[in-house]
Ligand binder design. Structure first.
Ligand code: DP6
Length: 383
């Protein structure tokens, strides 16, 4: 028998992927770019056991047994096994047990499929000893997952071929290129059920004129500017492009019919606060970006984190009764806001609890492996 375990990161796009030209192969209509986040604070972990003793294939996700027949899981598995055909044919014939979990609450509505499929494919690749490009296999699980195969700043090239072979992710610069970069994830309390990314983007492809304009006319040029600003560590421009791209993505969501509404009032008030803060300094010090949900992901340099967090904590007081640890991730001094900042920003306080919790993290590395398995050698989840 053989057992492997991998850990894989979440990524947050600063140039968004939204819209497929091929739904089965998950081929996008535009390039996208993201930063891979540190796995110490947010990651997926997957153990796979292959054994001649297993009677059937099994799959557990976050403690619950799930169907092994899901199309995306099957597509990833089939492609890894196809590429592994030259290795020990015994192992390929054995049944497998897969156990996967996230180290951050899935209920928070944070993108977990990217880390999940990047992890699954990394573990499968290790199990079957395949080498070389695997981001195109992770893409078959979830488009954004291909970017989690690499650390640092990563571009997903949409590719031109109809087979998808050239629709792969590539590292633009490693995490060490911009070590001062930090990420604050403000998890917004929200109960409304949202359209999934998969169904939302398909409806956008079918109905939004703005989406085509975006992919043809905006993204190619903006992508070059974005890469230049990252390479030059030009935070002001990086932030401007990031916020513009998030706003345009949500504009295409509203241009979709019926519209996909992901941001809520709290999301909009966070974006308003970021602009007010940036205007005070006459330069961008914080950038927001929102995915298919209300949570804000803020890119910010280390030197500004504590001050901006003091502003966030003032405007959005934490819940009075903490259900979870409110501020997690990289340790921070909880600085009290300066009075002159309250006055110059003309801040007003909201009721407590509009934010569920905050994660403070940074840009990190791609998938890694570990011996700390989630399955026993009989293929049973350890917890
Ligand atoms: C808004 O990768 O979740 O997060 O390919 O259908 O699985 P599928 O969609 P998914 O879409 C992510 C969309 C996004 C933007 C991004 O990450 O680029």
């Amino acid at each position: 028998m053989k057992i492997v375990t991998c850990i894989a990161p979440v990524n947050i796009a600063v140039m968004k992927y939204w819209g497929k030209r091929d739904e089965d192969l998950i081929l996008p209509i535009n390039d996208s770019l993201s930063a891979t986040l540190n796995t110490n604070f947010m990651c997926a972990k997957t153990t796979i056991l292959a054994s001649p003793d297993l009677k059937e294939n099994k799959f557990w996700l976050n403690g619950k047994e799930e169907s092994f027949e899901g199309k995306r899981l099957q597509n990833c598995l089939r492609e890894v096994q196809r590429r592994a055909k030259d290795m020990n044919p015994d192992v390929l014939g054995w049944k497998i047990a897969i156990c996967s979990e996230n180290n951050f609450p899935t209920a928070a509505g944070l993108a977990s499929s990217a880390a999940g499929y990047a992890c699954l494919v990394s573990a499968l690749a290790k199990l079957y000893n395949i080498e070389g490009e695997i981001s195109d296999i992770a893409r078959l699980g979830s488009g954004s997952a291909c970017r989690s195969i690499y650390g640092g700043w990563v571009r997903w090239h949409k590719g031109e071929l109809s087979c998808g072979e050239d629709s792969v992710a590539r590292q633009v610069v490693p995490s060490s290129h911009w070590p001062e970069m930090r990420v604050l994830i403000l998890v917004v309390n929200d109960k409304k059920k949202k359209d999934s990314s998969t169904s939302g983007m398909q409806r956008s492809v079918d109905t939004s004129d703005l989406l085509l304009y975006r992919s043809d006319k905006i993204v190619p040029k903006r992508m070059e500017e974005m890469i230049t600003s990252i390479k030059n560590k030009d935070f002001h421009n990086f932030a401007k492009l990031t916020m513009q791209d998030s706003n345009q993505f949500h504009a295409t969501c509203l241009d979709t019919y019926p519209p996909c509404v992901y941001m809520n009032d709290v999301s909009h008030s966070i974006s308003g606060l970021v602009h007010k803060y940036n205007e005070l300094f006459d330069e961008n010090r914080v950038a927001y970006t929102f995915d298919a949900g209300p949570n804000a992901c803020l890119y910010i340099l280390e030197k500004d984190v504590e001050e901006f967090l003091s502003v966030v904590n003032y405007v959005f007081p934490p819940p009075e009764v903490d259900q979870v640890e409110y501020l997690t991730g990289m340790p921070l001094e909880n600085r009290k806001i300066k009075n002159d900042l309250i006055n110059s920003l003309n801040l007003t306080r909201n009721e407590p609890g509009l934010l569920k919790y905050i994660i403070h993290t940074n840009v990190g590395e791609g998938p890694t492996s570990t011996d700390d398995h989630l399955l026993s050698l009989n293929g049973i989840p350890l917890k």
